[in-house]
Design a protein around this ligand. Structure first.
Ligand SMILES: [Zn+2]
Ligand SMILES: [Zn+2]
Length: 391
């Protein structure tokens, strides 16, 4: 199947480019889903279509799967971002203000390529191969919606590949990062509204200044991560928004702060939730104000299963050699909703580097100049095929 994937390289690139031109976002992916469905039709692969969310679940039933009832799932996300593309590529986005700047176009192309090859070999397979094409990864809502509609029912293990430079620019293009344990963080959302008492800026003694309180909260929150956790423990609090006031000489009534926390386990998330609340409330109380505090649990951390990671690493090494796989790497604080599938079955999110400075593909994700090293695409398809083949 490796050779067949290699021979499919041009077709995989063509699919990636076709999808790259029509980026869509969130659950609103009519053209993208239609494209994926038309290719599955062409390859003779039956699928379920969750029309309300534009999600697709393809099924390749291997000849030997009736006896074993084993099922492995492969996941590709399909959504793009609200970014105006500036790559200047001949196949750049034709949708104003939207761009595949995270490589999900490549994920679809690699999985479709793999599906074509795997389907042609279904007689040799001992398992069912499920193809999950999900919407809305960027808002970390799509995976959960797919799970709720039954996409993971009966699945024993689940694998996904994320392409690009996410794990670092220094991992050469063509290498697979397949690590056990936590690789990507949780992403929770924090909203704090500080209540003071508005007054003239020249008479602050007549009011309670929520801007002053907000400033102390910002510094106080910095102290939680810096002083209450071990320096080698990984978690963070970032405030991305602070809003309050209308003009220079009025002290407002309220200030709103919003931010995100990242962590690799639920115990840390619980501790962050509690401490952010305590610090904010006590800072406000110290200056006579109060806060409304809202902490929302979002995406869970992506934690790779040890056994499945070792299996996938073996499969890829057999294909491309011992040094094609990086098994030790620093986890990153970015979140992925792949974690929603890992709640249902052991799973592995593989990172596949396409960072090549010479080819101009070493740009960070979510950037208007983001691009991938297309020469590697067939390898991603071959990795999926190998994982299915050896089960
Ligand atoms: Zn992204
Ligand atoms: Zn992504």
């Amino acid at each position: 199947m490796k050779e067949e994937c290699r021979q499919l390289q041009d077709e995989i690139v063509a699919m990636r480019r076709a999808l790259h031109q029509i980026p869509e976002t969130g659950f609103d992916l009519p053209k993208t889903a239609a494209y994926v469905r038309s290719r599955l039709d062409e390859f003779g692969i039956p699928y379920e279509f969750y029309e309300d969310i534009n999600g697709i679940v393809g099924r390749i039933a291997g000849a030997g799967c009736a006896g074993s009832h084993r099922c492995i799932a492969f996941r590709s996300d399909m959504d793009a971002l609200r970014i105006q593309e500036e790559t200047g590529l001949p196949f750049a986005s034709v949708h104003e203000g939207r761009m595949h700047a995270c490589g999900h176009d490549a994920h679809m192309a690699m999985l479709l390529g793999a599906a074509k090859v795997i389907a042609a070999h279904r007689d040799e397979l001992n398992c069912e191969v499920r193809l999950i094409f999900q919407p809305y990864e960027e808002g970390v809502r799509g995976a959960k919606a797919m799970v709720e509609r039954g996409a993971m029912k009966g699945v024993d293990t689940v694998y996904g590949i994320h392409i690009g430079t996410l794990m670092g620019m220094d991992i050469p293009s063509g290498k697979f990062v397949i690590m056990p344990g936590p690789i990507m963080a949780s992403a929770d959302v924090v909203h704090i509204t500080v209540h003071g008492k508005g007054c003239h800026a020249a008479t602050p003694e007549k009011g309670i200044d929520p801007i002053n309180i907000a400033a102390h909260i910002v510094l106080g929150l910095e102290g939680i991560v810096a002083r209450e956790f071990s320096a080698i423990h990984n978690e963070l609090i970032s405030l991305g928004s602070i809003q309050g006031g209308t003009q220079h000489n009025i002290i407002p009534d309220d200030v709103r702060l919003s931010g995100t926390t990242r962590a690799y386990d639920d115990e840390t998330r619980e501790r962050l939730e509690r401490r952010i609340g305590e610090v904010s409330e006590s800072m406000a109380a110290a200056f006579g104000g109060s806060v409304d505090y809202d902490y929302r649990w979002g995406c869970d951390p992506t934690v790779n299963d040890e056994k499945a990671a070792a299996y996938a690493a073996d499969c890829v090494k057999e294909l491309f050699g011992e040094d094609s796989v990086v098994q030790k790497c620093e986890p990153i604080m970015v979140a992925e909703d792949f974690s929603a599938y890992q709640k249902e079955a052991p799973g592995v999110l593989i990172h596949f580097s396409t960072a090549d400075a010479v080819k101009g593909t070493a740009c960070p994700h979510h950037n208007a100049h983001f691009d991938i090293d297309e020469d590697q695409l067939w390898k991603g398809a071959a990795a999926f095929a190998a994982i299915a083949r050896r089960i």
